[in-house]
Ligand binder design. Structure first.
Ligand SMILES: Cc1cc2nc3c(=O)[nH]c(=O)nc-3n(C[C@H](O)[C@H](O)[C@H](O)COP(=O)(O)OP(=O)(O)OC[C@H]3O[C@@H](n4cnc5c(N)ncnc54)[C@H](O)[C@@H]3O)c2cc1C
Ligand code: FES
Length: 252
């Protein structure tokens, strides 16, 4: 893990408030595992705290981040232009563990895809992908995943199943019967809780990337703790022990 100088290559609006940012690093970041993240200095002198972003992609000293504008930091970030200087601390945290399964099922929605994009890329064609969003326009966010034939749910029914992604997954669960599956997910807490409800009976293995608010990003401030069922040490740092956790260890 290093704090690396970087310059903006491009910072492109994909659709609505989704952006894709590519940063050229002054030196290589080392080995990056799917699910790891960086703490990014927003290039704005009024914003002091770094912001955590999943590594959407990495190669040839270029780190790509996909982000949604939600507040002060990301509003400033979307104004960063070509060649603007910044700092990237990473790769941070423990990413996904890829084990041998019959099927890896990735369930995500909205900006959650940023956390599992590198995983999907790594899994190549061994993954069954479920993606949920508001309407077909938002599918621009998963343009490069479309060729993998993901199962799609849109809330307005403009493409694929009309409804939420967990209901779509539930409707297709029987296709995985008798198979040794593992679920990988990243998305809003409501979605994760809903997945848990659907697979509670079978305790299907499931790894979840949690997006807690963070301050330092490397284990010092304890500002990012999540509660687990570990009786001795229930509170784990999302930035250090996570951000990927075993769903069944989390106290949701
Ligand atoms: C490990 C990790 C990976 C992440 N990866 C991505 C990513 O790839 N793309 C992306 O767009 N976002 C990602 N996030 C969330 C991202 O860090 C926040 O959206 C960002 O810090 C918000 O900054 P802001 O100043 O714009 O918003 P703020 O002004 O700080 O907050 C605006 C709103 O966003 C909510 N918010 C702030 N931080 C978070 C958070 N960490 N999780 C959920 N809600 C939050 C606040 O509650 C508030 O409602 C990740 C977070 C973590 C912890
Ligand atoms: S953000 Fe400081 S300990 Fe996790």
């Amino acid at each position: 893990m290093d704090d690396i100088e970087a310059r903006v290559v491009d910072n492109r609006n994909i659709v609505s408030n989704y952006f894709l940012l590519r940063l050229k690093l002054a030196k290589p970041m080392g080995i990056v595992r799917p699910g790891q993240f960086v703490m990014l200095k927003v290039p704005d002198k009024n914003i002091f705290l770094r912001r955590p972003f999943s590594i959407f992609d990495y190669g040839r000293d270029i780190v790509t981040i996909m982000y949604r504008v939600v507040g002060k930091g990301t509003e400033a970030l979307c104004k960063a232009g070509k060649n603007e200087k910044t700092l990237v601390l990473g790769p941070l945290g423990n990413g996904f563990t890829i084990t041998k399964r019959d099927v890896c099922v990735v369930i995500t929605g909205g900006i959650g895809v940023a956390g599992v994009h590198l995983l999907i890329k790594t899994l190549k064609h061994d993954a069954s992908i479920f993606y949920g969003c508001s309407s077909k326009e938002e599918l621009a966010v998963i343009k490069d995943i479309m060729e993998r034939n993901p199962a799609i749910a849109t809330l307005d029914g403009s493409r694929g199943f009309q409804g939420d992604v967990v209901t779509l997954f539930r409707n297709q669960m029987k296709t995985f019967k008798g198979k040794n599956i593992e679920i990988f997910t990243c998305g809003p807490e409501g979605m994760v809780k809903n997945i848990r409800k659907q697979i509670e009976k079978w305790k299907t293995p499931c790894q979840v990337l949690v997006e807690e608010r963070m301050a330092c990003g490397f284990g010092l401030c304890f500002g990012c703790v999540v509660k687990t069922i570990d009786e001795k040490e229930p509170y784990k740092r999302a930035c250090k022990e996570g951000p990927v956790f075993d769903l069944w260890q989390l106290s949701l």
